[in-house]
Ligand binder design. Structure first.
Ligand code: NAP
Length: 286
């Protein structure tokens, strides 16, 4: 039976690390601050926002929420959003800026992301940070692929020379993850909806990471004995949040596995806040 890569305990450890760093920043005269921009009333965004505010408070960071109200006039809304980003970019007291997605229809997401100071772009979605992922430069990278990587590294999994199979090439998880993994020198194979006989490919993986959003996709006979399995999929169902992996079957064969819930998703908020501090280091030096 596989050991569990436990997101909850890793999140507590990272929170302790953040708390210590925040104390250091305060001693230097800076209070780390996250600015969250909320344009639109997506209920999921609002629920995630409350969680972020709680964690900010828990680690000693300030969380300022900016709600942009005029949702009917998207031209005015976009202009307001861009003006606010410009102001927050220039404000030295702001450590990180998070634009909650999805934006209302009619607002140009690409334009908004491109307006962010890359060293305040805690979601790692601006074009500069995307290109830094590809080029191997350091930068602020998106929390969910970072979480997959952190779970492996903190779980003691060495990646150099291993075969990692990533299932899913989406823009938020699979695609950035592939390039983030390559920095650690594994051989990486990418699967997607056109992959023929998924199991023959995933069975080759020393590590298998799923980022698809299809409960039941990865079954026990699709992984080799002793594989490490990371499940980034999250699908809300009547029975609660489900990953892509059939947990009981895969755990019988794997050596290590992440649960859903309690796995990859558990680390994303703390890694977002870690990006606030990383961006401050990039701007002010260590
Ligand atoms: P996405 O953009 O929809 O990408 C899904 C990927 O899965 C695509 O590359 C698609 O292939 C592939 N796919 C679909 N059916 C497949 C199949 N039968 N076999 C193999 N590959 C298949 O999704 P995303 O935004 O990257 O998110 C992926 C998952 O991560 C979702 O469940 C999402 O909810 C979850 N997520 C979790 C967190 C978290 O905090 N834990 C955060 C963000 C996202 P094609 O490219 O060929 O279409």
């Amino acid at each position: 039976m596989a050991g569990i890569l436990d997101g909850k305990s890793m999140a507590l450890t990272i929170k302790d690390e953040l708390r210590r760093e925040v104390v250091d920043w305060r001693a230097r005269g800076y209070t780390p601050k996250l600015a969250v921009l909320l344009a639109g009333a997506d209920p999921a965004s609002q629920a995630y926002l409350a969680a972020k505010q709680r964690v900010c408070q828990d680690v000693g960071m300030v969380c300022d929420v900016h709600v942009l109200a005029d949702l009917k006039d998207t031209v005015a809304l976009q202009a307001d959003l861009l003006a606010l980003i410009e102001r927050l970019n220039a404000d030295e007291a702001v450590g990180g800026i998070l634009v909650e997605m999805p934006l209302p229809a009619g607002v140009d997401k690409g334009l908004v992301l491109a307006a962010l100071d890359p060293d305040k772009d805690v979601d790692g979605m601006s074009p500069v940070n995307r290109s830094r992922i590809l080029s191997g430069e350091d930068g602020l990278f998106p929390a969910t692929p970072m979480s997959c990587l952190e779970m492996l590294l903190r779980g003691g999994v060495r990646l150099a020379g291993k075969h990692v199979v990533v299932v899913g090439r989406g823009e938020t998880v699979g695609k950035p993850l592939v390039f983030m993994l390559l920095r650690h020198n594994p051989t990486v194979t990418i699967c997607h909806s056109h992959t023929r006989d998924l199991g023959t490919v995933t069975r080759l993986g020393d590590v298998v990471i799923t980022a698809v959003g299809r409960p039941g996709l990865l079954r026990g006979d699709m992984v080799r004995s002793g594989a490490v399995v990371v499940d980034a999929g999250t699908t809300p169902t009547d029975e609660g949040l489900r990953g892509d992996v059939v947990f009981d079957e895969v755990a019988e064969r794997a050596s290590l596995i992440t649960p859903v819930p309690g796995g990859v998703g558990t680390l994303t908020t703390v890694l977002l806040l870690q990006n606030v501090l990383k961006g401050m280091h990039r701007r002010f030096g260590s």
